[in-house]
Structure formats: C-alpha cells, structure tokens
Design a protein around this ligand. Structure first.
Ligand code: BES
Ligand code: MN
Ligand code: ZN
Length: 483
C-alpha cells in the first residue's frame, strides 16, 4: 500500500521536492505559510490561482493543479481548497482529492497543523489500484509524505491510518480477485496466514461441518469442486464475551439450478464481499492491537449447477433444526449465514452478532449504491452502527424487520422458505436470518449488495470494490466494544 510517513514541515523542502507538492488555501483567508512560500517561488501564481473565479467555484476539499510550476522542482503543485475550520466531511474530501491525483512519484503534503487523521486516511484510501491480474503491472503508487508541525505526535496517528487503509485495501483486493484464483481453499489459506499478525485462526472443513449439522451451508456448496470451508478468526484484545462478525463468502454465485441470467453474471465474483469485509476488519483489529474481543467467521462456498446440486423444492435441515424449503437455489446466502449465526451464538455466547452479506438485489432497488441496509433487532446496536457509519463517512440506512415479513416466508411443507417472493425482498431475507438468532442476542444484518462495488469513482474509492464496512465496524468497535 501507499506509504504514509510523517516529517517536519520545512519550507525549503517545498522548493526542492521533485514529485507533487500539495498545499491548502482558503480564498477568504490569508494564504497559510506553505502556500505562501509556493506563491513566492512561483512569483504570485498561487495567489492568482486561489483568487480566480474557477478556484472560488470549487467545493471545499477539491483542488486545482498547476503543472511544472516555474520556481519549484515539483512536477505538479496541487492547491486544495479548504476552509480554516473544516468539517470532517471537507477533510475527507481533501484527502480524496489528494489520493485521486496520486501518481507513481511521492507527494509532499504540506499539512502543517491541519487535522492529520482524516486527510491522511482518506488520501491513502483513495490511492488504490488493483493490478494483480495484469501481466505487466504498473509501478506501485508513490508514498504520501505528510509534512506536519509535530512529526512525533503524527507517528501514532499515521500508524493507525495505515492499519485501516491497508485493511480496506485487503478487502478490495479480495473482492476484485476472480473466482478461478480466489476459491474456497486459497481464501482459507490466505486467512490462515493472518496468524502472522496475531490472529488465531481455525478452518473447519466439510466433515467437521457435517458433524455439526450445517446442512444448509453445505447444501449450497455441494455441487462445486471447491470444498466448503468455515474460517474462524479470533482476536482477543480484551476479556469478556466477544462480538461476532460473520461474512457471506460465496466465492461465485451462478444461482445454482435457479441459474442467473448470463448478462452481468461475472459480477458474482464479488459475492464473497461480506467475508472480505470481515477479514479486512479482523486484520485492522490485529494491526492496531485493538483492546476488544472480536471473533470473525466466514463461510466459504461456491454456488454451482451440477448433477450434485440442490434443487428447488429440496428441504434441508439447518443446524438449528428448522427445516428449510429451498424455493430458489439463488437465495443461497441466507442458507450459508443461518448455520453460521446459529453456530456462533451457541459456541461463543456473544455480546452481539453482526453479519455482512451481498445478500439481495432488492437492497439495490431499495437503497441504491450509496447506502447499505441495516437490519437490527436492537435499537442501541442499530444507533451505534448508524453513528459509526456517519463517523466513517460510509452510507447506511435502517431497514425494517417484522412479523409481516416472517409470515411471507412460512413454509407449508417445512418450517421456513428461503424466499418470500418479490415484495420486500431484502426484508424477507433479513427476517429469514432473524429466525436463527437466539432471543436476547443483539444482532444486526448489513446487506452490502449495493455498496460493495461501485460503478464509478466514489467518495473514497476508485471505481470497483469499495471495502465498505471495514471503517464503519472499526469505528463501532472503538466506540462501543472497547473499554
Ligand atoms: N448474491 C445475490 C445478491 C446480489 C445481487 C448481490 C446483485 C450483488 C448484486 C444473492 O445470492 C441472490 O441471488 N439473491 C437473489 C434472491 C432471490 C432469488 C430471492 C436476488 O436478489 O435476486
Ligand atoms: Mn444468489
Ligand atoms: Zn449470492
């Protein structure tokens, strides 16, 4: 990942830095000292730029770039518009503008006394590209040199931002990786490698899950040559009952016998997005040595059509015992998660459980691509998640659970159907999961089908996998699950 380093702001350095130099300016206030220095070197070009109507029309956080400015050694001088008392949203936007302009050379960012965390974190988040599948990858992106007043104080802030940004990038890499490369086994092996940073990892295989009675999960993967895996990551940074985070890890979702249409099916390589966020989050907790007890579980399967595949109409026994009538084999995520939720609740007696899943197309119809759906049986937990999402700058919106939805999925032949028809498709999916959460356990389900991949450049990620959720859950854990 793009390196974040702190150094003391020395004005001479602005003259000689060969890459990109970034300064900040507010058209309604005197130029800060770094911008003033560049203005002097460029014989007034900075002041003219900042005084222009074009600069005046920029939204706070956006910037203007002067190429090969005379008087500086720099390749480019980026001037970011930022009010003196900037809001966190404006600081995040400033970081995004810096990250979006990042090239293969290092950027010297004259932050001075500006709030470091938001700008540096969001610059690092935005400065990302996925090149693992290119025969000839470009050179890596250059570093972000944060020139600040007090580099000693900046160090822990940047370490923290680095841990988070690296983990969001890990989530994005996992989501981008194609299903022929990242399959259940290679993903499980990669997770096992997180033992190196201090997570304890267990991997359950088919036989072990069979013994536990996880027939619903196993039914989804039974037609694939890639064997199902359940990976469990323990981070014990504190005593007491854990928070369990669970991720849907469908490595590829063809729909199974209820086959999806061909157009766009290649996108279903992202159907392990919930698992990718869970893994990114667990890595972030370990890297920053979070004083919290968190267990991450990811259920890894591939949903294929084949002679061994489950059929619409099959009735399977879940680990909990409830008999599930499989109306549509494409509603497979809930079959994976229901056994995981039951298992996690029974084994770990958690303080709370949060699952993440690219669960329904219906959530995209309801909320679009900027807000994840938050379904929750506990108002305190729901408020915590919505507040954390706000702090992290990620979109989230609460969605309903209720008896009406439960009725929609009652089964005539078994106990519960895995689909409830078209109306309220994401609510019936969440309500299905709710049946597998024991009474009294605070639980939230985050439907991230709309936010896991963005169609264009988004607020803090380039087009493609966003890593949505790592920041929100990390913020939630800091505020609600640490002492
Ligand atoms: N993985 C899909 C949901 C999805 C759709 C994720 C689009 C990302 C983008 C899920 O397994 C699925 O197929 N859901 C069905 C449920 C239906 C059969 C009840 C859906 O949403 O159509
Ligand atoms: Mn599906
Ligand atoms: Zn799916």
């Amino acid at each position: 990942m793009t390196n974040l380093t702190a150094l003391a702001l020395e004005l001479d350095h602005l003259d000689t830095h060969p890459g990109r130099v970034v300064v900040f300016a507010d058209p309604d206030a005197p130029l800060p000292r770094a911008a003033k220095r560049c203005d002097k070197l460029t014989r007034g070009a900075v002041a003219r730029a900042v005084g222009s109507s074009e600069f005046g029309a920029l939204k706070p956080g956006k910037g203007m770039t002067l190429a090969y400015p005379a008087g500086l050694a720099a390749r480019a001088l980026q001037i970011i518009r930022l009010p003196r008392k900037a809001t966190s949203d404006q600081l995040r936007r400033a970081g995004n503008s810096i990250g979006a302009a990042q090239g293969e050379d290092a950027a010297l960012i004259a932050l001075d006394t500006l709030p470091l965390r938001e700008i540096a974190l969001h610059a690092a988040l935005r400065s990302y590209r996925y090149e693992a599948m290119k025969a000839a990858p470009k050179s890596p992106l250059g570093g972000l040199l944060c020139a600040v007043k007090d580099p000693e104080a900046a160090k822990p802030v940047l370490d923290d931002a680095t841990a988070l940004a690296q983990s969001v990038h890990l989530t994005r890499d996992l989501v981008h990786a194609p299903a022929n490369v990242l399959n259940t086994e290679s993903f499980a092996a990669q997770i096992a490698g997180l033992a190196d940073i201090g997570l304890s990892v267990e991997i359950l295989d088919r036989d072990e899950m069979e013994k536990l009675g996880m027939r619903a999960l196993l039914a989804v993967g039974q037609a694939s040559d890639n064997p199902p895996k359940l990976a469990i990551m323990h981070w014990k940074g504190a005593e007491g009952p854990p928070l369990c985070v669970l991720g849907k890890g469908v490595m590829f979702d063809t729909g199974g016998i209820s086959l999806k249409p061909g157009a766009g099916m290649e996108e279903m390589t992202m159907d392990m997005g919930g698992a990718a966020v869970t893994v990114g989050l667990m890595q972030a907790l370990a890297l920053r040595r979070a004083p919290a007890h968190v267990i991450g579980l990811v259920g890894l399967v591939e949903n294929m059509p084949d002679a061994r595949a489950q059929r619409p109409g099959d009735i399977v026994r879940s680990m909990k015992g409830d008999m599930i009538e499989v109306i549509n084999t494409d509603a497979e995520g809930r079959l994976v998660l229901c056994d995981m939720l039951h298992y996690a609740a029974e084994r770990f007696e958690p303080r709370a459980m949060i699952d993440l899943a690219t669960l329904t197309g219906a959530i995209i119809i309801a909320l679009g691509h900027d807000r994840a759906g938050v379904f929750c049986n506990d108002d305190t937990l729901a408020d915590g998640i919505l507040g954390a999402a706000r702090d992290a700058g990620e979109g989230a919106w609460r969605m309903p659970l209720g008896a009406e939805y439960q009725r929609q999925i009652d089964s005539r032949l078994g106990d519960v159907k895995n689909t409830g028809g078209r109306p309220a498709g994401s609510c019936t999916a969440a309500s299905f999961l709710e049946r597998f959460v024991p009474e009294g356990v605070p639980w939230a389900h985050l439907d991230i089908a709309g936010v896991a991949l963005t169609k264009g450049d988004s607020a803090h990620a380039p087009k493609g996998a966003s890593g949505w959720g790592v920041l929100t859950l990390d913020a939630l854990i800091r505020t609600r699950f640490e002492d």
